[in-house]
Design a protein. Structure first.
Length: 278
């Protein structure tokens, strides 16, 4: 039960974070947004580890947390790129195909999925194909699907993050997520030094940007803790149901309306992920 609750917390936090990131990515450069969100997230973990007062474990499996940090920041960068040019209600569901990575990893380890889970994989993949279709070639239709390629990159990055943090989290969830965020933060700093994007932003953006980073950090910690209490496949898939949140919010507040094959594709992706979790 604890694993389920933590997975749902991760799902909600990632969903809210990605909806807000979808809004801010259209008014801020991607690297600028990434710098402030990663700084906020890393600060949360530094404060948390200091308050907790538990020394860093000397366990070799923590190296997977560093790999998780690389995968995570790569996935977040791709997600922000996709959100900057595409519709939230398309980019986020495609990124949720990340659930297929831990499922594939489980298969490689010899785990045999239930027939319903196999149906879920096929349903999610078919939904990913449908959501990329468009009937018209107008500028508006092209812009709605331009974010699909980076969204697929985000799916791969998040999926690898799920696998790596399952291993590292077994050592210590808080230290594992702190180590992963440290790597992510350092990689962002390197990108900032190489590309030198404008870092000065209007103070009006700061509260939301800080919230994005904090929610993402909370989701990562909840997910990592959940992997220590439940099976990787179940935890990863339930956490990957996060598209429900931004798709609903985008429809309510941004008036994004998917039609035809794209609407069916988004529904099938979410349905497929739900089937995988059964």
């Amino acid at each position: 039960m604890l694993a389920l609750n933590l997975s749902l917390i991760a799902c909600l936090c990632w969903g809210l974070s990605q909806f807000l990131a979808g809004i801010k990515s259209r008014s801020l450069p991607v690297l600028t947004l990434l710098f402030y969100t990663s700084t906020a997230g890393f600060t949360v973990f530094i404060i948390s580890t200091m308050i907790r007062g538990v020394p860093l474990p000397r366990e070799p499996n923590l190296i997977f947390a560093l790999l998780g940090g690389v995968a995570s920041i790569g996935g977040i960068y791709c997600l922000y790129r996709g959100l900057a040019v595409g519709a939230i209600s398309i980019v986020v569901p495609v990124s949720a195909l990340c659930a297929l990575v831990p499922v594939t990893f489980s298969l490689a380890q010899g785990e045999i999925p239930h027939i319903v889970q196999g149906l879920g994989v096929a349903t999610a993949l078919f939904g990913g194909v449908l959501i990329s279709l468009q009937r018209k070639m107008g500028a508006e239709k092209r812009s709605s699907t331009r974010g699909i390629i980076p969204a697929m990159g985000a799916a791969l990055g998040f999926g690898m993050f799920f696998v790596f943090m399952d291993v590292a989290g077994a050592v210590d969830p808080l230290w594992a997520t702190t180590a992963s965020r440290l790597v992510s933060f350092l990689l962002v700093l390197c990108a900032i030094l190489l590309n030198r994007p404008p870092l000065k932003i209007n103070p009006i953006h700061l509260p939301v940007v800080i919230m994005i980073g904090t929610l993402d950090a909370a989701a990562a910690l909840a997910y990592t803790a959940a992997t220590t209490k439940g099976m990787l496949g179940l935890v990863a898939v339930i956490s990957s149901l996060y598209p429900v949140v931004p798709v609903v919010l985008a429809a309510l507040f941004l008036k994004e309306r998917l039609r035809g094959f794209q609407l069916l594709g988004a529904i099938l992706i979410i349905l497929g992920i739900a089937l995988i979790s059964t």
